[in-house]
Design a protein around this ligand. Structure first.
Ligand SMILES: NC(=O)c1ccc[n+]([C@@H]2O[C@H](COP(=O)([O-])OP(=O)(O)OC[C@H]3O[C@@H](n4cnc5c(N)ncnc54)[C@H](O)[C@@H]3O)[C@@H](O)[C@H]2O)c1
Length: 313
């Protein structure tokens, strides 16, 4: 199965850094014309925001890039909370390419505080960017996709929409809202063959979370929640986005896809990692002699119990 996105046109929001930048670069490498939006581009102070504004000048911006497969990346300053700027940027994309095949609503922020201490303005800001921003961009792009009778809308939700964290009420609520918006829009655009999906990353170290700058013991505790027990890479998310954008994903819509490396897929997944470390790289002694699956192996069960006395028999 080969994914071929050559010649498609995409809008990616929050594309200046983090996961959005990787998604934009991956689409570019796949031969896509990428309208890369962000509210804040690095070095904008030196280059001047006008060098990045949507229009002919965008191509001369230091952030403009092209790929061997005919892809191009056209950077623009677009704040997803500014409805007028979003409408102008969608119109500019339509003038430039005649269509928009893929929309990736990636832009997001977080402001954390216990509910009782959260300022109303901070709550509103998180909802504004993460949820209303997705609504604003979807509303501007949907008519174009209906006209085309084709399109892929791919929205960044979060694992926090599945299991929220203390202090993250606004973020979790915004990301859960994205899931409901995604499902409704999937049905509303279904008759035109437009698919709408959301994805839930787990823990990609980035400016939003500074995971890898936390104390080692805290990092270990976070990694202990994952079946795959490694930090997620932005490329893990970009792989999923490319798949959802492809023809191969044409029958997937209204879904929230968990791309978290198996976060809390079970209770205490780290016990399996400890056991695997004990078993050695081949894991040879994990296979029961009667061919039963590894977790039914008495030796493994004994080791699990030895590592954590609270493990049920
Ligand atoms: N990093 C993770 O572990 C993780 C986990 C789950 C979900 N997510 C989601 O993935 C997305 C990307 O996260 P990230 O870790 O790359 O964050 P990041 O902070 O590195 O990047 C976010 C980008 O969005 C841009 N942005 C912020 N507000 C904007 C606005 N109003 N308009 C346009 N652009 C704006 C920022 O300038 C930045 O370039 C977010 O929606 C986030 O909630 C991330």
């Amino acid at each position: 199965m080969l994914i071929d996105l050559t010649g498609k046109v995409a809008i990616v929001t929050g594309a200046a850094r983090g996961i959005g930048r990787t998604i934009a670069d991956r689409l570019l490498a796949e031969g896509v014309a990428v309208e890369a939006w962000d509210a804040r581009w690095p070095d904008a102070a030196e280059t001047g925001p006008s060098a990045l504004r949507t229009g002919a000048s965008a191509a001369s911006s230091p952030h403009a890039r092209s790929s061997d497969d005919g892809g191009e990346l056209i950077p623009s300053v677009v704040d997803v909370t500014d409805g007028a700027a979003v409408a102008r940027a969608v119109e500019a994309a339509r003038e430039r390419h005649g269509r928009v095949d893929i929309l990736v609503n990636n832009a997001g922020i977080t402001i954390e505080a216990p509910v009782e201490e959260m300022a109303e303005a901070d709550w509103a800001r998180v909802i504004d960017v993460n949820l209303t921003g997705v609504f604003t961009v979807c509303r501007a792009v949907a008519p174009l996709m209906r006209e085309q009778a084709a399109g892929r809308i791919i929205n960044a939700s979060s694992f926090a929409a599945i299991i929220p964290s203390i202090g993250g009420a606004a973020y979790a609520a915004s990301k859960a809202g994205v899931v409901s918006l995604t499902r409704v829009l999937a049905s509303e655009l279904g008759p035109w063959g437009v698919t709408v999906n959301a994805y839930a990353p787990g823990m990609v170290p980035s400016d939003i979370n500074h995971f890898t700058e936390r104390p080692a013991v805290e990092q270990a505790a976070l990694l202990d929640t994952l079946s795959l027990r490694r930090w997620e890479e932005a490329d893990d998310v970009a792989d999923l986005v490319c798949f959802l954008a492809s023809d191969q994903a044409k029958y997937i819509t209204g879904s929230l896809i968990d791309v978290s490396g198996g976060k809390f897929a079970t209770q205490r997944p780290h016990l399996a990692h400890r056991a695997a470390t004990t078993a050695g790289p081949s894991g040879a002694d994990r296979t029961a002699s009667d061919g039963a699956p590894p977790l039914a192996d008495a030796a493994l069960s004994a080791r699990l119990s030895a590592t954590d006395p609270s493990t049920p028999a």
